[in-house]
Structure formats: structure tokens, C-alpha cells
Design a protein around this ligand. Structure first.
Ligand SMILES: [Fe+2]
Length: 166
């Protein structure tokens, strides 16, 4: 069964934002970004720039990221230590949406069930940004999308505001 695609829509009227740019980047299944594994993974690994269709819809295939610690050996580490906080970020995908006439939105998509959702090191978690990466057991659908079965699926409609920054 086909699933609806997530879409970029306008807050004011719910209309789709056709042709919006959807820029995503994330850590890998071990919690590392590409720049932390030079020579081990391809450049720009787990980064993508997509263009929404005429109905604002987009989709991409990736892996579920892992939570990770931010670097804690410099001033940030000193600050974390002084405030009694740990350095870990809950598992997330970074998302930036831009389009002509729209305020650029930089946000996160957090993985439900990840450790540190309630204590993210940079206070980035909001309830509305947490999504379930649901397991789907559907051999026909997996084959249709060229995926192994079962696979994980997440839908994350994105609402943006019309009007550029002043
Ligand atoms: Fe991150």
C-alpha cells in the first residue's frame, strides 16, 4: 500500500510549498558524522539536498541515526562540567527548509525512544519534533522501494512561514 509523502506546507494557509529545498544531514548508526570519519566513509556521507515536488512532497532513503556525544574537550566541555550536564545529544536528523518567499527553517527530527530525549545536551528537543521511526513489515512495499524487509518509516510534515526575514 502506498504511503502519503511528507510535505512542506505553509503555516498561513496549509498550501504546499512547491519546489522547496530540503537539506538534511545526520550522524550514522554509530553516532558519527562524515567529517569525523575521513577516509572511512565517502565525503558528504548521510547528507542530502532534495527538492520538493509541485505539491511540496519529498522523500528520501537513509538509516536511523544514533545518539552521540558532542566534543567535550574544550570550553564547551568546561561549561558542561561546570553545570553538571552530560555531552550527549538524542538521535536526530538535521533538516533545513528554504524556498523563495519563505523564512528558512532549520530544525531537527528526533527519533522516538532515543536516549537523552529528556536531557539533550544543546536543549534542541521539542515534543513536536519527536517522531516514531516505525517498523514496517510489508515485502511488496519494500520491494517497490528497493528496501530490505522489514524497514523503518517516518513521516514528518514540515510547516514553514511565508515572508522573508526583514
Ligand atoms: Fe547533529
Amino acid at each position: 500500500m502506498a504511503r502519503p509523502l511528507p510535505a512542506v506546507v505553509s503555516l498561513a494557509d496549509g498550501n504546499p510549498v512547491a519546489g522547496a529545498s530540503v537539506d538534511v544531514w545526520q550522524a550514522d548508526a554509530d553516532g558519527y558524522y562524515d567529517v569525523q570519519r575521513p577516509g572511512e566513509v565517502p565525503d558528504r556521507n548521510l547528507r542530502g539536498l532534495f527538492t520538493a515536488d509541485d505539491e511540496g512532497r519529498f522523500r528520501f532513503r537513509t538509516i536511523v541515526p544514533r545518539h552521540y556525544p558532542i566534543p567535550a574537550d574544550g570550553p564547551v566541555g568546561g561549561l558542561l562540567k561546570a553545570t553538571g550536564r552530560h555531552p550527549n545529544r538524542a538521535a536526530h536528523i538535521h533538516v533545513e527548509i528554504s524556498a523563495p518567499g519563505v523564512r528558512t527553517l532549520t530544525t531537527h527530527l528526533f527519533v522516538a525512544g532515543s536516549p537523552y530525549l529528556d536531557s539533550d545536551a544543546v536543549f534542541g528537543v521539542k515534543e513536536s519534533l519527536i517522531r516514531t521511526f516505525a517498523q514496517v513489515d510489508d515485502p511488496a512495499l519494500a520491494a517497490e522501494h528497493g528496501l530490505p524487509n522489514p524497514f523503518r518509516h517516518v513521516d514528518f510534515p514540515i510547516t514553514v512561514q511565508r515572508g522573508g526575514r526583514p
